[in-house]
Ligand binder design. Sequence first.
Ligand code: FAD
Length: 347
Amino acid sequence: MPESCDVVVIGGGQAGLAAGYYLRRAGLSHVILDAASDAGGAWQHYWHSMRLFSPAEYSPLPGWGMPRQEGEEFPTAGHVVDYLRAYEKRYDLPVRRPVRVRVVRPAGERLAVEAEAGTWVAGYVISATGTWERPYVPDVPGREEFAGRQLHTVHYTSPEEFRGQRVVIVGGGNSAAQILAEVSRVAETTWVTLRPPRFMPEDVDGRVLLGVATRKAAGGAAASVSDLGDIVMVPTVRDARHRGVLHARPMFARLTAYGVRWPDGTEQPCDAVIWCTGFRPNLAHLAPLLPGWQEGEVATEGTRSVDEPRLYLLGYGDWTGPASATLVGAGRTAKATVADITARLGG
Ligand code: FAD
């Protein structure tokens, strides 16, 4: 028999937990289905040196802020995982894992959420499945020919495996800049971006970004975080600038068997290409609810799907609320989402 509740949350990362916090407070029956076997969402998978952009106190989920990490001003990814694990215990959130949702379908007035472990039927579904499982690599000619190693950010762990090699790093965001900063210490690096990289001023860190995002969310600021630039000048990236390795070249024309070919026809051999080229929202399980949807973003009003009013999308990026892919932003958008559902349920 399917289990029945008011709301099913799909995904138990930071966005799913923030939703759980407000659903519990609103007294709505719910379950959080998470495909991973442990708590922490994407934070479980980041590379070894990865740090938060800001001190712990700037990244609270609702109710209980992240404790400081002893000896670290900017917490490690492992610390965030510990925090998320403790958070779901503290609020006794009904997380079931590992449960991977295969598909969500209309079931009369309600929605049926199907997984191998069972089926749940609910009035509303909040999808909070993140982007980590959908790494994006552009369709560059010659990718199949290249005999060296190609990997995406999701497979990168530490610079050591590239020691002494020639490495091309592709991408104009924070992952590319941070990985370049550390790989360039042990390898010969070439940085390639589609557009010229946009560095934030050196005095802008996560604290400033969260302030800007907060003012934007409150409707009090015209500027958004992306107006400040794309790359936060964390200490390792600042250091890379001072070492003179932070110079990007425009995109190469193609990969060859041994390296890259530039638009002027010259070739440059390399041993590895690291694609730091971003992610797409992980939404395939929603296909039956969104006829005509072709990957990418879904039309929303706030976090609510325009085409399927029983569906909410949380945490995927600015299109699901200002800074909604950050810890503090996830809390804000979860609060608005649960308030909307509560109002529709007449509570
Ligand atoms: P996730 O953490 O990816 O969680 C999604 C969960 O859903 C996972 O557990 C997954 O297993 C599960 N799932 C997926 N599909 C299914 C399915 N079909 N059924 C059931 N479960 C499913 N954020 C900050 O707040 N501060 C920072 O300083 C910061 N720095 C960053 C630096 C870098 C370089 C990067 C890459 C990101 C950074 N972020 C930062 C962003 C943040 O790490 C992510 O945006 C965040 O983890 C996304 O949370 P989420 O809950 O939306 O998704």
